[in-house]
Design a protein around this ligand. Structure first.
Ligand code: AMP
Length: 302
């Protein structure tokens, strides 16, 4: 087993969906990714919160084996994101992004974290993701997530980042936007040309594709009634890299299993509002769901 470093946003979210409006929901890319990864391996978290962020939540993360000594508490308010989902939960609109303490965030990776072999660059400004990489000595695998906000607003920095990333995890719509292509194989090839040797394209309720060199893997999605998809992408990425760190291997078989574990965790994430459901489950529940994923695609050579 090896450890992983998770960098990203820690947030308060306001979520509007068919069930109503949910305020002050704990969110952020690093929060979801850390919770997911903590089922597999020790996590070192780097991020920033304001003085309004509840200590109880930080404590909860610590109890899960997340080292929060790299979580800075800055004067001001925590990053806030507000999103509105369509009733069928298939799409969402960002209504507000208040960077707050994130606006002046300059990630300082504690000395004790700089040898982390596995690095998850959660969805934050690509410049910040680059600055994190500059401080890490010799990572074995760097995974990055991003979103339309940065493809629209920080494309040059994102392209510079991608040259230094091993695995890009991205959703289908954003993959099309970033690549300028439509057909999945063209999308994947265009993204691979930007730098990463592996690209994972998430298709929400339809599963995920893994393009790793010559290896192409299609993971199914678990059929369920979702309540709130917020954080599913970060949860997927955290589960994916947590699994890789636990195995301490980046061979194609491990990456395939990691996609299934990431998908299993994401399927739990969407079952509750915010990270609530993720905080309830245990490793046995995850393993059961991984088996359910296996039976979804199992067939005999009849
Ligand atoms: P996901 O649903 O996996 O795309 O991630 C949702 C999380 O991303 C929410 O909890 C938000 O707080 C966070 N988020 C939204 N916009 C941004 C942004 N521009 N930078 C960093 N984190 C963000």
């Amino acid at each position: 087993m090896s450890e992983l470093l998770v960098v990203g946003s820690v947030a308060f979210d306001t979520l509007h969906n068919a069930l109503g409006t949910h305020e002050k929901v704990i969110g952020g890319s690093a929060t979801y990714a850390s919770i997911a990864a903590s089922f597999y391996a020790p996590v070192k978290l780097v991020g920033v919160v304001g003085t309004d962020f509840p200590d109880a939540m930080v404590q909860k993360l610590r109890e899960r084996g997340v080292d929060t000594s790299g979580l800075e508490v800055a004067e001001g308010q925590t990053f806030h994101w507000e999103g509105k989902y369509t009733d069928d939960l298939t799409s969402r609109e960002s209504l507000r992004t208040d960077l707050n303490v994130f606006a002046d965030f300059d990630p300082k990776i504690p000395e004790a974290f700089r040898d982390a072999p596995y690095v998850m660059l959660g969805n934050i400004a690509p410049e910040l993701q680059i600055s994190v990489l500059d401080q890490i000595r010799q990572p074995k695998l760097v995974v990055a997530d991003t979103m339309n906000f940065w493809i629209d607003g920080a494309l040059d920095a994102l392209k510079r980042l991608l040259k230094r990333v091993n695995v890009l995890v991205i959703n289908e719509e954003e993959a099309r936007q970033l690549s300028g292509k439509h057909h999945m194989i063209q999308v994947a090839n265009a993204l691979l040309e930007m730098g990463p040797s592996t690209v994972v394209i998430k298709q929400g309720e339809y599963g995920a594709w893994l393009f790793a060199g010559e290896d192409v893997f299609s993971a199914p999605a678990f059929l369920l009634e979702a309540q709130d998809p917020t954080g599913a992408g970060d949860t997927f990425a955290g589960g994916f890299l947590g699994y890789v760190a636990a195995k301490d291997s980046v061979d194609p078989k491990t990456l395939r299993s990691a996609v299934i574990h990431g998908s299993a965790l994401a399927s739990f994430c969407v079952e509750g509002i915010g990270p609530a459901r993720l905080l309830e489950i245990d490793r046995a529940a995850i393993d059961q769901r991984v088996s359910a994923f296996r039976s979804l695609v199992d067939f005999a050579h009849a």
